[in-house]
Structures are given as structure tokens and as C-alpha cells.
Design a protein around this ligand. Structure first.
Ligand SMILES: [Zn+2]
Length: 85
């Protein structure tokens, strides 16, 4: 089963939280992508034991497939007043 990444509204205490039941990483909407990637790298390495080759090399699932980051800017709750285009 592959890891999924889900964006949530800004009501969680940390940028990224691993949910083992859902095999899902819940990330806070509106997080800066650089912060998010750093958090995800740490979470994958420490909590999940997924080894990443280097920062910036991309995030990977258990199976080696690339993890695709969601578009955080599309979360309305985190970007109040943002224009749609
Ligand atoms: Zn996978």
C-alpha cells in the first residue's frame, strides 16, 4: 500500500502528521513548500524508516515510487482572500 498525502485545514499542531491507520501523511494547508519538504523528509526518515538519498532528491514511498506533493496553495482555508487566477 502506498503512502498518500492529504492536505488538511490549518487545525493541526504540526506541519506534517503520519497517520498509520490511513497510510496517509496529513499536511497543513498553506505551509511553505520548502518547510513542507523538510518536514516530510524528517517524518519519512524517522517515523517510517524510508531512506532518502539527499535533500532535494525528491520524496519517496516505501516502494520507491515518487511521492507527489499536493498543491497547497489550492487550500482556501489557508490562503484567505487569494485570487483564483
Ligand atoms: Zn508505494
Amino acid at each position: 500500500m502506498c503512502i498518500r498525502i492529504a492536505v488538511v485545514d490549518s487545525d493541526q499542531s504540526e506541519i506534517a502528521i503520519w497517520d498509520p491507520d490511513a497510510v496517509e501523511i496529513r499536511v497543513q494547508g498553506g505551509t511553505h513548500p520548502h518547510d513542507l519538504i523538510r518536514e516530510l523528509h524528517a517524518l519519512l526518515a524517522i517515523d517510517l524508516g524510508v531512506f532518502t538519498t539527499a535533500a532535494g532528491a525528491g520524496l519517496r514511498c516505501f516502494c520507491g515510487a515518487p511521492l507527489v506533493l499536493p498543491d497547497l496553495s489550492s487550500v482556501p482555508a489557508a490562503v484567505p482572500g487569494a485570487s483564483t487566477l
